[in-house]
Design a protein around this ligand. Structure first.
Ligand SMILES: *[C@@H]1O[C@H](CO)[C@@H](O)[C@H](O)[C@H]1NC(C)=O
Length: 216
């Protein structure tokens, strides 16, 4: 009897191991993105391999400081398949994050990627929150040269805890990690999520929700 119950479970496990949320492995040396390709596939269609140039695998500018003059005091400079077409199908990307003094990268998640971060300059508090029901905050202050990993899909954040600028470089396990910023998604959706729904969800007055929605 027990094996009859186990068997379908095993089948599902085996099937699911081929349907992970992470990017698929490439089936050829490369598939440089052809954003104008007429074929709609998961990712981008491949540019003709004979026409591929070194420039398709190249990006320049990550030495440049991002503009942090904004409400949160940080700027992400992404290098994903959108900026570097050679990343198509390779399951990897990176970014530079600049922080003004006390600037933050607000709580957000990458639906398709684990993120690994290293501090190049300054001192940065990082953290992520585990899923329900524990919702445990795991947080640490990092110094230059330290490395921290944010597991795939979990809500995470960074904060410059120094008086000078801070810089981090991150790697992401997707050519197109995606970003869902919690505050924007919840309070800045277009059209708005109904304010009475959010008032109940956050256990506050509708006026508080209206105020927060007006900021996004
Ligand atoms: C940085 O961004 C701010 C706000 O958008 C803008 O006013 C300023 O000119 C920008 N600075 C540079 C150097 O681009």
């Amino acid at each position: 009897m027990a094996s009859n119950v186990l068997f379908p479970g095993l089948l599902i496990l085996i099937t699911c191991s081929f349907a992970l949320a992470s990017d698929n492995s490439p089936l050829q040396d490369f598939c440089v993105a052809d954003p104008n390709g007429p074929v709609l596939v998961n990712g981008f269609a491949c540019k003709d391999a004979k026409l591929v140039q070194a420039s398709d695998f190249f990006f320049s500018g990550l030495h440049l400081m991002g503009n942090t003059s904004n409400a949160v005091g940080s700027r992400v400079t992404p290098v994903t398949v959108a900026q570097l077409p050679g990343l198509n199908t390779l399951g990897i990307s990176m970014a530079r994050i600049d922080f003004a003094p006390w600037g933050i990268n607000p709580p957000h998640t990458h639906p398709r990627a684990t993120e690994i971060l290293t501090v190049i300059e300054g001192s940065i508090q990082v953290g992520f929150v585990t899923s329900n029901p524990e919702v445990r905050l795991i947080s640490k202050v990092l110094a230059k040269g330290d490395v921290f990993v944010f597991p795939e899909g979990l809500v995470h954040f960074q904060k410059n805890v120094g008086y000078g600028n801070a810089v981090a470089i991150v790697g992401l396990s997707s050519q197109n990690p995606g970003v869902i910023t919690v505050a924007n998604a919840v309070f800045g959706a277009k059209p708005d999520i109904p304010n009475d729904l959010l008032a109940k969800a956050f256990q506050v007055d509708v006026k508080v929700v209206d105020l927060i929605q007006s900021k996004f």
